[in-house]
Structures are given as C-alpha cells and as structure tokens.
Design a binder for this molecule. Structure first.
Ligand code: CA
Length: 222
C-alpha cells in the first residue's frame, strides 16, 4: 500500500514514515495543499492522510478536489482540531474517517485497514495485463502466480504503469513515483530501470512502450 501524507510537522512525518514503513506501507510526504494536489494527479496512492492546519490553508479544502480527481480514494483526517464540531465538519466535507491528534499509531493502522476493506476499494485491489498481475494491496507482482523479483525502484515504476495500463504515463509522473518528490535524479536512470523491467516482464507477454518525448505505456504485447 502507498499513502500520501499531507503534513507540515516534521516530527509527525518522521513518526508516521517509520511506523507505517514497519507495516510495509510506503509513505510519500508533501507539506502543502498545493503540492498535495499535484501529487494526487499522479494517481499512485491508495489513501490520503490529511492534516488540517497547513501552511497554505485548511486541509479539508483538499477533499472536494480529491473527490473530483479520485472519487473513491480513502481520506483520513489527522488533526489537532478534535472537537465534535471539527470532526463533523471533516466527515461532512467527505473524509472517510477523522482522528484527533494525538492518536495511537495502532489505531490509525486499524482505521486505515477498515477504510481499505470497504467494497469499492476491493475491486481495484489487483490489476492484470496478459500474464502479469499486480496486487495493489501487498504491492507484489506475479507472472502466472509466480512472484516476480523486482528491486524497489522497478516495483515503483511497474506499479504506476500497471495502474494506468493502456494509457501513457508521463515521464515526470514516473519519476515522481519512483524517486519521490525530493530526490535529484540523473536523466538516464529512469530509462535503465525501465529497460530492466522490460526484460523481466517479457515472459508475461507485457511490453513497455516508449512514447517519444512523453513517457511510457504498458500494454499486452501484440
Ligand atoms: Ca499542521
């Protein structure tokens, strides 16, 4: 599972990254509403964890935007604004859940599992192209039910390509998915990950097609 954490307090970010990381949940972090909107456009997250008091406004302002861009994505608000009125405002704006800070990480994990169990999420929990299947919940790829051995970066690249199979994934979106939002990267490293992925995916009857100047597209080989 891969979550987007919208949070501006460094300590909170570190705590969450470590605690969720222990459960094999990958955390991408942005600290403003503006960056959150950009990150959501990439369509690579399974859930959003949303703080309210952000440098550029109330986190709740992100929810209508999310509902338009990614209607079904679970959103859990994590906020020090914890009165019943605050919670009601959050849920009425469209949050799936609302946890007041401070909260226990175990409770957050339980609530995350609960929102992910809802039927609308399950439909999208696995993606399949030719003999390749990708389980989005445990982030594992298989060819004919045999687990595929991938490096972390190969896995991140494959995940976004599979989620958008048959559509072009922009180079910039792939780079963000593979390297996160902070790292500086050399321009040719993405291509070398893609080239190794192609090799590993060949037995699955899947090809990664380069769209010159735009990005890559994953599809069943003709
Ligand atoms: Ca804050």
């Amino acid at each position: 599972m891969r979550v987007l954490l919208v949070e501006d307090e460094r300590e909170m970010v570190e705590l969450m990254t470590v605690a969720l990381g222990r459960q094999d949940i990958l955390v991408d972090h942005v600290r403003t509403l503006e960056l959150a909107k950009e990150a959501c456009r990439n369509d690579i997250h399974d859930a959003v964890l949303l703080d309210r008091k952000l440098p550029d406004g109330d986190g709740l302002a992100l929810i209508p935007f999310l509902r338009e861009a990614r209607a079904g994505i679970p959103v859990i608000v994590l906020s020090a604004l914890g009165t019943p009125d605050h919670r009601i405002a959050g849920l009425d704006t469209g949050a799936d859940d609302y946890l007041a800070k401070p909260f226990s990480v175990d409770e957050l994990l339980a609530r995350l599992r609960a929102v992910m169990r809802r039927p609308t999420r399950l439909e999208a929990s696995s993606a399949k192209v030719a003999k390749l299947s990708f389980n989005l919940a445990d982030r594992q790829a298989y060819i004919d039910s045999v687990p595929l051995d991938l490096t972390r970066r190969e896995l991140l690249a494959l995940e976004i390509l599979v989620r958008r199979a048959g559509r072009t994934v922009a180079r910039s979106a792939l780079e963000e998915a593979v390297y996160g939002y902070v790292d500086e990267i050399a321009s040719n490293t993405l291509d070398s990950h893609i080239s190794r992925l192609r090799h590993k995916l060949a037995p699955a009857g899947v090809e990664i097609h380069a769209i010159r100047g735009l990005g890559y597209l994953l599809r069943a080989a003709p």
